[in-house]
Design a protein around this ligand. Structure first.
Ligand code: CMP
Length: 165
């Protein structure tokens, strides 16, 4: 199939940008991406700015960001590993209860740095000064999600940002 000249030029431009991004990523040691969701309770509490600032102060970059009211079908895909758990229905109701902020954060050891900043899943076990320790209410309503490993990050980034990787 013949591509029209503009389409060809667009494809060449896209490949060049992707090559440049890859080169810049290689310049950062252990460069990783993580998919972060500031959940509906975090948005409602108006702590989005504070949370983003914590990532930035830790040296991480916000690469993509969007505001999204997650619907049940998207929530089901994202949390497929939790289907059938006793808390699943409450988790679905919570995640679809209002807008979330969805971000790709990038930087050196982004996944473990983000997990440290967030604290454990259960806010009652999280230290003050961590995001969940400061803003989470209980083990389900816990303010924020972050990818747990690079395979999950790739899957989750694809769910919310299309074939971005
Ligand atoms: P998150 O980090 O987004 O990953 C899965 C989510 O399911 C988790 O945060 C909580 O919101 C919820 N969750 C995980 N484990 C439990 C549990 N044992 N009881 C209740 N909710 C849970």
């Amino acid at each position: 199939m013949n591509l029209k000249t503009d389409e060809k030029n667009e494809t060449v431009k896209k490949i060049k940008v992707e090559d440049k991004t890859r080169k810049l990523d290689n310049d950062i040691k252990n460069c990783e991406r993580s998919l972060i969701i500031i959940k509906p309770d975090g948005v409602e509490k108006k702590v989005v700015g504070d949370i983003i600032s914590r990532f930035e102060k830790a040296g991480l970059e916000i690469e993509r960001i969007r505001v999204l009211e997650i619907d049940r079908s998207l929530a089901n895909i994202h949390y497929r590993e939790h289907v059938g758990k006793p808390y699943f229905e409450r988790l679905m109701n919570y995640m679809t209860s209002g807008p979330s902020i969805i971000m790709i954060i990038k930087g050196e050891n982004a996944i473990s740095k983000a997990r440290e900043l967030m604290g454990p899943t259960d806010p009652s076990k999280a230290e003050k000064g961590t995001i969940r320790g400061d803003y989470g209410s209980d083990i389900t309503i816990n303010a924020i999600h972050g990818s747990d490993c690079s395979e999950s990050a790739e899957r989750e980034i694809n769910i919310f940002f299309g074939n971005y990787l």
